[in-house]
Design a protein around this ligand. Structure first.
Ligand code: GLC
Length: 607
């Protein structure tokens, strides 16, 4: 289907979205012009990829998908140097690379790049636009898709638009939400929760220059864009198309639930947000159909499904699987998989077109957003459990082997989140501190068992750079005044190339374990979207199991979340299965035992 046909087929829906949001479709015409402009500008190589993917729209659901997320500077220095590191990514089997924000940002207060000064310019500390285009080209040649953040909710307070607004330019004043007094802000505050209660309390910031309050949900230097102004929407869509033309294939829709505000509501997940995500999907499907949307929706599952839209009107292609991530960690600390099972069952009920990025760690904290009703139904007190979890992962109990730190502790609500690298949270750091081989051994098992859980779930896995070599927490941020206040910096450290080039001992075991999981997934159709994925109960609450089936093929991933040997028995399983991890053969239906923190990928023997 040609661009003209795609656009023609979409015109009415786009106009309808503008009418729903703004009561008029007048501004839709400037969007159409921009769509034509960016399509004309798009290079032949990307247009060829568009054609390819129009014929293979499930490309991101295949078993060969493996993600990696990283900061350009921490991994390689800059974009050019990162290009030179592609062989490392290739060797690891990466097909999807998420680079943390790299667009022009303020020197200091920039929230790791999530305060953007210019959506069309690479920040000079990472290189130039040409470097980015060359990198995306080289990545594509190596079968790797680049994912970049699309920070839609806000700009930095030093973005041109914000500066002009501060100078009194009426047009740009309409890009943000300003208030002369506290009346409306106070009304909002009644129903709008805080995102960073400790590091950035409140949702408004006083601007001395203008003598006004500015809506700023995140940090005070991140000003929320005003999407009730159609000009903002059109400009932001143009920014996305421009990035797509630079070779971005996956757009991570940063903080997308927050983009529309309405008095008297929580200002999250409002209906208008979905119109905007849908619009973005249509725009990219017309102009750059090789690209996909990944929603950053850190919300309860009941809110999540809406971000996929419907089969007829899809929105995001993939979402972060936040709920499973949190539940994996919760099960690890409590040695109890009951909540994990319930959550997995809920997530697996999502409709067929829904797909996930599964992960253990990313650049952010672990927010303990468990399903409170689910917890209560199991007799778990939600607040007590949350306190237990964040204290456990901070190593606050004598029995805890975890070494993390708190993030945004709120003394009023007793809410807090956790930071740390996978290896440190799993106990490697504690084992090393005690020079205790046994502890290190257990920690490794936990680390790999957690990865095995992630790899088995529906969707594709994403590693956090450094986890593949067991990188530990880096406490040096605490001495840097620019970073000290944000404990997420604990797990945002320089990639250790010296270690990576010479892996030995426990680090090599982690790397080997992860590589084994990568290769098991890679060419096995059981890990593609074609397989059915379900949970399976092994008559033991300390054991978690995921079953994948495709025709006659059958695989049972079994993970032991306890520090003891556990037994499990899987009803309705007949015959012999071979463990792809160890090569052992056993019969899951008859019962068997699993070592502490052990994991098995049991594949039905043919014939
Ligand atoms: C997202 C990012 C986080 C950032 C926030 C504000 O949640 O993952 O790192 O602080 O958005 O942009």
């Amino acid at each position: 289907m040609s661009f003209a046909t795609r656009l023609n087929c979409s015109i009415e829906e786009i106009k309808g979205i503008f009418r729903a949001l703004y009561g008029s479709d007048e501004k839709a015409f400037s969007l159409f012009e921009k769509m034509v402009f960016y399509h004309d500008e798009r290079c032949d190589e990307l247009k060829a990829l568009d054609e390819e993917r129009l014929l293979d729209s499930n490309w991101y659901k295949r078993s060969n998908m493996l993600g990696l997320t990283m900061y350009t500077d921490l991994f390689a220095g800059d974009l050019r140097k990162l290009k030179a590191k592609i062989p490392y990514l290739k060797k690891l089997g990466i097909s999807y690379l998420h680079l943390m924000p790299l667009l022009k940002m303020p020197e200091k207060d920039n929230d790791g790049g999530y305060a953007v000064d210019d959506f069309s310019l690479v920040d000079p500390r990472f290189g130039t636009n040409v470097d980015l285009v060359e990198l995306t080209h080289a990545l594509r040649e190596n079968g790797i898709s680049l994912c970049l953040d699309f920070v839609m909710n806000h700009t930095s307070s030093t973005h041109q638009w914000a500066l002009k607004a501060q100078e009194g330019d009426e047009y740009y004043r309409g890009f943000y939400s300003f208030y002369e007094d506290r009346r409306i802000p106070d009304e909002y505050e009644k129903t709008m929760p805080e995102v960073f209660p400790e590091t950035a309390p409140g949702n408004f910031v006083w601007n001395e220059k203008m003598g006004m309050w500015v809506l700023s949900t995140f940090y005070p230097y991140q000003w929320d864009l005003n999407y009730s102004n159609p000009e903002v929407l059109v400009q932001m869509m143009a920014s996305a198309m421009n990035l797509a033309n630079m070779g971005v294939e996956v757009f991570r829709l940063d903080a997308v639930p927050y983009i529309w505000k309405k008095l008297g509501t929580s200002c999250r997940n409002l209906e208008e947000v979905h119109y905007i995500v849908r619009l973005m999907r249509i725009v990219l499907e017309c102009v750059a159909p090789c690209s996909i949307l990944k929603g950053e929706v850190v919300m309860a599952p009941k809110e999540l499904e809406a971000y996929f839209g419907t089969k007829e009107k899809p929105e995001c292609h993939i979402l972060y699987n936040v709920s499973m991530m949190v539940n994996f960690w919760s099960a690890l600390a409590s040695q109890d998989t009951r909540l994990l099972y319930r959550m997995a069952e809920d997530m697996l009920c999502f409709k067929e077109h829904c797909s996930f990025v599964n992960y253990l760690r990313c650049h952010d904290d672990i927010g303990w957003g468990l399903d409170e009703n689910m917890e209560r139904s199991l007799g778990i007190d939600p607040l007590a459990h949350k306190i237990y979890l964040y204290r456990f992962f901070s190593g606050d109990f004598k029995s805890s082997w975890s070494r993390g730190q708190l993030y945004n502790y709120d003394p009023d609500t007793k809410d807090a989140r956790s930071c740390g690298t996978t290896a440190s949270l799993c106990g490697v750091e504690d084992g090393l501190n005690h020079s205790d081989e046994e502890k290190i051994k257990m920690a490794l098992k936990r680390d790999l068992m957690m990865h095995a859980s992630v790899y088995a779930f529906r969707g594709f896995p994403m590693l956090s750079s450094g986890d593949e070599i067991g990188q530990l927490n880096d406490y040096s941020y605490m001495n840097d005044p620019n970073r000290a206040l944000d404990s997420r910096n604990l797990h945002r450290s320089k990639f250790d190339w010296k270690i990576a080039k010479n892996l030995e001992g426990w680090r090599k075991e982690i790397r080997d374990g992860i590589e084994q999981l990568n290769s098991i997934r890679k060419n096995n159709e059981l890990f593609s979207e074609k397989a059915s994925v379900m949970t399976w109960y092994g008559h033991n609450d300390k054991v978690f199991a995921i079953r994948r089936t495709l025709g006659e093929k059958d695989l049972l991933a079994v993970m032991n979340y306890s520090d003891r040997i556990e037994s499990a028995r899987f009803d309705f399983f007949v015959g012999k299965y071979v463990d792809l991890i160890t090569g052992y053969v056993l019969e899951p239906g008859n019962g068997f035992s699993i070592p502490p923190y052990g994991y098995m990928y049991l594949m039905k023997k043919e014939g």
